[in-house]
Write a new protein. Structure first.
Lengths: 265, 272
């Protein structure tokens, strides 16, 4: 059960402050939606969780341990685009994570180990409904299929955290709903914590157990550089559907039943 | 009447149109040659087709009086060997250095400016240095080809590596890939077709350096032959040699394009 703690995180680029005073803690098995206007730093925040960017101040802990400063297999990721490898078939894309873990020199498996990796990868593909497309290259798959493949590819490493950067932004509404269902099912089965950056508020509330909004409190032009965005809303989401087995409702979340509404400016 | 930019030729007219400039070039040559020969039958500048065919026959199927070699075959083999060694080594070195320079910030910081400066040196300007250093044998010619094209291949590959979406490199790391694994599983397979493109673009300069080196100091080779024949104004040999070099260059390009298509099917799927 993974708990993410964000302690007074700031991010500045030169004089430009992008994020300031970000503090929160997640309950185990949370699905956190990060929302906010363009340029509010939500993707920057996700990249810090990923280890692709370092906080300028403050720190991020996972289960009490500071995050490694570079991407690592305990954090899976799905981007809006380019998440899968164009030169590998769907099956090879999923197998890659297993092969990299077990074969440090060649990055490839042979014989029995290869068959095991292949069977496991087929299971993964099946869980996202891509079993019929295992020999296709990403360019031959539709946008929705590519994103499902990216999810399967990330989950084969059994990450504690799954980070999604506007993963469904480019999908048609129908396809989007389909992928939502798959994602929710996998989330319940695996018990991982998910952070999802999205522009789409209804998606944020539909999927998330908690919605965190980033925005700038100071918006006068002369203040834009010196002040960054911070958390302006932090709302738990009440679900009509039953919570996943084993999910714990955190005290932190129940305490925050009343939304903290901050007034900008 | 539709705009000119929207009018497209049908298959047949496309073929005819493509053949037209070739036909006109041959026609212009034939007319000019005929006109000159009518005034002076011993004119060597624009030989008649029959004279050219004789020369082709002589160079291809009749052993040389002095050495007993079939000259066209000998020249072709010698030149292709120099080209293959020079281009092959440049390909290998350019690929390894280019990939490392494109992917690893420390290598880029060390080498990028250096390769940029070296690529600005006109390779022909250092040909005297190569002849002084390596003598007049094969080494200097191969090194000239190598030095002439390797900076381009390095820069081109490094740039292609930098164009790999950052997301892919991040994703690979989240799948547990080490730097080495990223190189062999992600970067190299995606860069091999780029290497072929890069080599295709380098073949033009490579031929240029080959012919220049052969023209200055050699005992055989296609470049050597045409510059030797220049002394005798033997246009009847020079013209078919030039055509043959053009054909070889075209054929090599065709082979590389085929290799790319056969070996890297993933690049062509789903883009039909």
């Amino acid at each position: 059960m993974t708990r993410v703690t964000v302690e007074n995180v700031w991010k500045t680029y030169g004089k430009q402050t992008v994020l300031e005073r970000i503090n929160f803690e997640t309950a185990p098995q949370s699905f956190i939606s990060l929302v906010g206007p363009s340029g509010c730093g939500k993707s920057t925040f996700l990249r810090m969780l990923l280890g692709d960017e370092k906080p300028s101040q403050g720190r991020i802990l996972v289960d009490g341990v500071p995050l490694q400063a570079e991407p690592s297999p305990d954090r899976g990721v799905v981007f809006q685009k380019y998440s899968v490898f164009p030169h590998l078939t769907a099956l090879q894309n999923v197998m890659l994570g297993i092969e990299l873990g077990q074969s440090p020199v060649l990055g490839r498996l042979f014989g029995r180990k290869r068959r095991e990796a292949r069977n496991l990868s087929r299971e993964m593909l099946k869980s996202v409904g891509l079993e019929a497309a295992e020999n296709k290259y990403p360019a031959e798959l539709s946008g929705g299929m590519q994103q499902r493949l990216a999810i399967a590819q990330a989950l084969v490493k059994r990450p504690k955290l799954l980070l999604l950067d506007e993963p469904f932004g480019a999908l048609d509404p129908g396809i989007r709903a389909e992928v939502h269902e798959i994602l929710l099912t996998l989330w319940r089965e695996t018990g991982m914590t998910i952070f999802m950056v999205t522009h789409d508020l209804s998606e944020a509330f539909k999927l998330g157990t908690r919605v965190i909004a980033f925005d700038r409190r100071k918006t006068r032009p002369e203040e834009l550089e010196a002040y960054g965005a911070t958390i302006t809303f932090d709302l738990p989401v009440m679900r009509k559907i039953a919570p996943p087995p084993g999910a714990v409702t955190s005290p932190a979340e129940t305490e925050e039943a009343m939304p903290k509404v901050a007034v900008a400016g | 009447m539709r705009r000119l930019i929207n009018q497209r030729p049908e298959i047949l007219s496309r073929l005819l149109l493509a053949a037209l400039p070739f036909f006109l070039a041959f026609l212009a040559y034939a007319l000019a040659s005929q006109a000159r020969l009518a005034i002076n039958p011993t004119d060597k500048l624009l030989p008649a087709w029959s004279t050219i065919l004789d020369a082709i026959n002589r160079m291809t199927f009749v052993p040389d009086l002095r050495s007993g070699d079939y000259l066209l075959l000998l020249d072709t083999m010698v030149s292709l060997q120099r080209l293959a060694i020079g281009v092959g080594l440049a390909m290998l070195a350019g690929f390894i250095i280019g990939v490392l320079q494109g992917l690893i910030p420390y290598v880029r910081a060390t080498l990028a400016n250096f390769t940029n400066v070296v690529s600005m040196i006109p390779a022909l300007a250092i040909l005297p240095i190569l002849f002084i250093t390596f003598g007049l044998g094969e080494t200097a010619k191969v090194v000239l080809i190598f030095v002439g094209i390797v900076p381009f291949i390095i820069r081109d590959l490094a740039q292609r590596v930098e164009e790999i979406p950052h997301e892919q490199i991040i994703k690979a790391q989240t799948l547990g890939a080490s730097t080495w694994q990223i190189i062999i599983r992600i970067v190299v397979p995606q860069m091999l077709p780029r290497l072929i493109d890069s080599v295709r673009l380098s073949l033009g300069p490579a031929w240029l350096y080959l012919i220049a080196a052969e023209a200055i100091a050699a005992e055989s080779g296609l470049g050597y032959r045409i510059f030797l024949m220049r002394r005798y104004l033997s246009m009847d040999v020079i013209l078919p040699y030039v055509a043959w070099i053009t054909f070889l260059a075209f054929f090599l390009d065709f082979l590389l394009r085929g290799l790319r298509r056969v070996s890297f099917g993933w690049m062509y799927r789903g883009h039909m």
